[in-house]
Structure formats: structure tokens, C-alpha cells
Design a protein around this ligand. Structure first.
Ligand SMILES: [Zn+2]
Length: 242
């Protein structure tokens, strides 16, 4: 059974530290920066042995070099973005399997936010690290891909077991909720979640991880009936001030 620590950095990023007690291995998912990650690992007595990147954006890879220099960690990331992540030791693509001690993670290609974006699904742990593809009640912006791709990604993630915990890379939940209730004002699950999220954020509490089941019930992007509907909602969210 893995242990997972959330490290809030920059304005709204979450870096995830994943520890596998059996082997003593620890991986860092998407280190935006190095110092708070090294400090948290030190505080917990966890030795960082790996780094897993979901995509090339600097707020997901900026800490790679310093963590690698400090710990000797092996860095894994998307083959399709290797040229943009010079610190990689191993490149992976769809169907590859990455291990953390006795725990296995399947690599899923989920392009759209960036052209080579990947997610790490740990079926035995019922956990998925999705970077900037799926957020609580939201999805990533379409910087390097299409609504068709994002629609396919979200349908694929929606098909994971509903209890799967989803570790997103940003705390965007309140903004996403404000938009989501304008899309589905009659959705009771969504209204209830919006109230819970408002209370959590007012108390300074995080709202991530979420679960696949919760997103299926309340996420207007995952619930879009078609790529065209997702595209319409994504454009509306890009222009939403709420
Ligand atoms: Zn990004």
C-alpha cells in the first residue's frame, strides 16, 4: 500500500510524493520546484528514487534537475516530449509499465493539453496521476491538441473504476465549480459539491484528490456528450470570469 503526500507549490500547483514502504522507494510526480519537495521527503524520512513527469510544462518539470542532482533519482517522462525535458533518463509511451518497488503504474497517452501528455494509472492502488488532463470539475486547456483528443481522454478516464482516486496537478476546483454550475444548474450532485468546495476553500483546505465517480457525476467536460460539446464548454470556460 502506497503513501501519498501532497505538496502545494507556486500559486496553485500540487506536487505528489508517492512512497512505497516495502521497497523504500519514493517517486515525485511533476516537481514544479525542488526545495519544498526535498524538504518534505526529508521531513518524512522518504528517500526519493524516481521522478515521473506527465508533460513538459515548466511547472511540472522545473524541479527535475535539482532533485536529480541531490538524490540521484531516475527521471521518467513522455517519449513524445523527450526533446523538451532534457533531464529524462527513461522515456515511456502508451502501454508501458513503470514500477515503484512492488507497485505498477500503466502509462496512458492522453494528448491534448500538450501533444505528448501521459497519465500514470496504478490499478492495484486505485489511483491515477493525471497531470493537467483532468481536474476536479474541469479539464486542461487545449494548448497542443484538439477537443476530439480531450473527449477521448476523458471518456477513457471515465471508464476506470469509480473509486479510483484522481491526483490532479492544480487546485482549480473552485473556479471550475463556478463554471460547472452554469453548465448544469439542475445537477444536484454538482450543486452539493459546489457548496462543499466553497466551504473547503474558505477554510483553506485542499479539494484534490477527487475520484472518477465524483467526476462522472459532476464534471461538465467528462459529461460532454460529444467532442463538439466539450469544445463549446472549453471555449466558454476559457472566457469565463466567475
Ligand atoms: Zn500544463
Amino acid at each position: 500500500m502506497i503513501e501519498i503526500a501532497r505538496i502545494p507549490v507556486l500559486s496553485d500547483n500540487y506536487v505528489w510524493l508517492v512512497h512505497e514502504p516495502g521497497s523504500g522507494e519514493t517517486t515525485v510526480i511533476d516537481p514544479a520546484v525542488a526545495e519544498p519537495v526535498l524538504a518534505e521527503a526529508e521531513r518524512r524520512g522518504w528517500r526519493i528514487t524516481q521522478i515521473w513527469n506527465t508533460h513538459w510544462h515548466p511547472d511540472h518539470t522545473g524541479g527535475n534537475a535539482a532533485i536529480k542532482a541531490s538524490t540521484g533519482a531516475r527521471v521518467t517522462g513522455p517519449a513524445a516530449e523527450a526533446a523538451r525535458i532534457p533531464t529524462l533518463d527513461r522515456t515511456v509511451s502508451e502501454g508501458d509499465r513503470v514500477t515503484l518497488g512492488g507497485v505498477e503504474a500503466d502509462v496512458l497517452e492522453v494528448p491534448a493539453h500538450t501533444a505528448g501528455h501521459i497519465a500514470y494509472h496504478l490499478p492495484g492502488e486505485q489511483a491515477a496521476f493525471v497531470g493537467d488532463t483532468l481536474f476536479a470539475m474541469g479539464c486542461g486547456r487545449l494548448f497542443e491538441g484538439t477537443a476530439e483528443q480531450m473527449h477521448a481522454n476523458l471518456q477513457r478516464l471515465a471508464a476506470l473504476p469509480p473509486e479510483t482516486r484522481v491526483y490532479c496537478a492544480h487546485e482549480y476546483t473552485l473556479s471550475n465549480a463556478r463554471f460547472a454550475v452554469t453548465v448544469e444548474p439542475e445537477n444536484e450532485d454538482l450543486r452539493g459539491r459546489f457548496a462543499a468546495v466553497e466551504a473547503a476553500r474558505a477554510a483553506g483546505e485542499p479539494t484534490v484528490p477527487t475520484t472518477i465517480g465524483l467526476e462522472r457525476a459532476t464534471n461538465p467536460f467528462m459529461r460532454a456528450a460529444s467532442a463538439a460539446e466539450l469544445a463549446e464548454r472549453r471555449t466558454a470556460k476559457d472566457n469565463f470570469r466567475g
